[in-house]
Design a protein around this ligand. Structure first.
Ligand code: ADP
Ligand code: MG
Length: 362
């Protein structure tokens, strides 16, 4: 059976741990081993100040059961120094995960194959795509290189007035799932109804480009604070935003938030708002860069708040968005930001995972 394993480590000499593990895997019966390069990656969902990881993938052939392979992987992790009292996601010299076991789908108490998170982990897909881009994840019927391509944050921005010129409101609403129709018809203000329709249209068309009809036509649930999400497809996340002129949507395998503001938006009182809601370092930035600086921070803060959905609520002036780099730690969690400024708008995206951000053309 053709197998794919993912090796990771962030404690001690990972290169030695990897090469020793590969020798041991061969000794214990894994044949025809093919190795990827070693990739340096950032920790995800790990305790603060965790060291960077190294990751690699290997493929090989295995003629025993999946469970025997799991037992072997665990044994080698121990041999190479993994603590028995190991706390989840704490630094470790070696982690070996079974990503694929031929085209088998396995779900037992101690083994899930394909590995349950692998399809949305860059640190698994990138190395694996290097050595076996055409291997198929039987759960998605997709190739490794296809899944890798999907492992990005993509977003689109459209002008509401252009969309309005080409669309008929009631016809468009009729095409939406019934729950969405009801929400669109509840708006008292025509402008808001259009903005919301445009955002949902962009979102559904992006989903349709990327996934099958089942996903694109799924029902959106609305979270406590108004954030829409899919109830069933937990690995497809999206977020929408609109200003008075633009609607935008971003999608990603992980939770994210997006916010857009018109660049020419009236903001006479921005300095007062900044005093009230921004931290001192953010206020210093606003003093230096004026309204542009204000809007940059505003979109970043909004994107952050939207990214956490129904999670923690922190007063806006109790945390700072990163203005010198693309990442910061808020409430012990790492957040990554992507900021775009054009003549017409400011836009920020916030995610807990550092993925490539791709703007799709209209
Ligand atoms: P992680 O890999 O998530 O950092 P561990 O290596 O400690 O955490 O794995 C925890 C448990 O996950 C293992 O004891 C194992 O039984 C289970 N597990 C389920 N599916 C797999 C898989 N495909 N590969 C490896 N371990 C798996
Ligand atoms: Mg593991």
């Amino acid at each position: 059976m053709k197998i794919a394993l993912s090796l990771g480590g962030n404690l001690g000499d990972t290169n030695i741990a990897f090469s020793t593990a590969i020798v041991r895997l061969e000794e214990e019966g894994v044949c025809d081993i093919c190795k990827s390069s070693i990739f340096k990656t950032k920790p995800i969902n790990c305790p603060e100040n965790s060291p960077d990881y190294q990751n690699m993938a290997i493929t090989g052939s295995w003629y025993h059961s999946p469970n025997e392979l799991l037992v072997l992987c665990k044994k080698l992790e121990q041999e190479l120094g993994r603590d028995k009292t190991y706390i989840r996601n704490s630094p470790r010299p070696l982690d070996i995960d079974i990503i694929l076991f031929g085209d088998e789908i396995i779900k037992t108490d101690n083994l899930t194959v394909p590995h349950i998170e692998a399809h949305r982990r860059l640190f698994v897909l990138e190395p694996l795509a290097q050595i076996a881009p055409t291997l198929i994840f039987p759960t998605f019927q997709k190739r490794v290189d296809e899944l890798l391509k999907e492992c990005v944050i993509s977003f689109k921005v459209l002008s509401i007035s252009k969309m309005k010129a080409n669309l008929n409101f009631s016809e468009q609403v009729k095409q939406l799932p019934i729950e969405s129709q009801e929400r669109k018809l509840k708006y008292k203000n025509e402008k808001s109804a259009w903005a919301s329709l445009c955002a949902e249209k962009i979102c559904r068309s992006m989903l349709l480009d990327k996934y099958d009809d089942n996903v694109a036509n799924q029902k959106f649930d609305i979270g406590k604070n108004g954030k829409p999400y899919f109830r069933d497809k937990i690995d497809i996340n999206f977020n929408v935003s609109h200003s008075s002129q633009f609607a935008t949507c971003a999608i990603s395998p992980y939770e994210l938030g997006i916010d857009i503001e018109d660049a020419n938006r009236k903001a006479n009182n921005f300095a007062q708002i900044a005093k009230r809601f921004y931290s001192s370092s953010e206020n210093a930035f606003v003093e230096e860069y004026g309204k542009e600086g204000f809007l940059k921070i505003w979109t970043m803060k909004e994107a952050f708040v939207k990214s956490i959905g129904t999670g923690i609520s922190i007063p806006l002036n109790q945390f700072s968005v990163p203005l010198e780099s693309n990442q910061t730690i808020i409430n012990n969690q790492q957040f990554f930001f992507h900021y775009v400024k054009t003549k017409q708008y400011h836009l920020s995206i916030c995610s807990k995972v550092d993925l490539n951000v791709i703007k799709q053309n209209n």
